[in-house]
Design a protein. Structure first.
Length: 89
């Protein structure tokens, strides 16, 4: 990712050990985590986020309400929602 892309963060909510916790994460980290959690891909299989999606598109979606941006990663379709949620199909 380019330097400007590294500034893109989402707030992630996770449950663990019976407690819920919230932390900021880079969009790239959120996308890699979603892909490795739901597919057979490893982090090493996934190139830099800028390889798959334009940083300006991501910025505009994350600043909007109710928007999404969808892009292919390998044979999967990744959607980043303005809420910070990342889905993989």
């Amino acid at each position: 990712m380019e330097t400007d892309d590294a500034e893109l963060y989402v707030v992630r909510t996770r449950e663990g050990d019976g407690a819920e916790w919230v932390r900021p994460a880079s969009v790239e980290e959120a996308v890699v985590d979603a892909l490795t959690e739901t597919t057979a891909l490893t982090a090493g299989d996934i190139g830099p986020l800028g390889t798959y999606v334009d940083a300006a598109d991501l910025r505009s979606v994350l600043r909007a309400t109710g928007g999404t941006v969808t892009f292919p990663v390998e044979e999967y379709e990744v959607t980043v929602h303005s809420s910070g949620r990342v889905t993989v199909r």
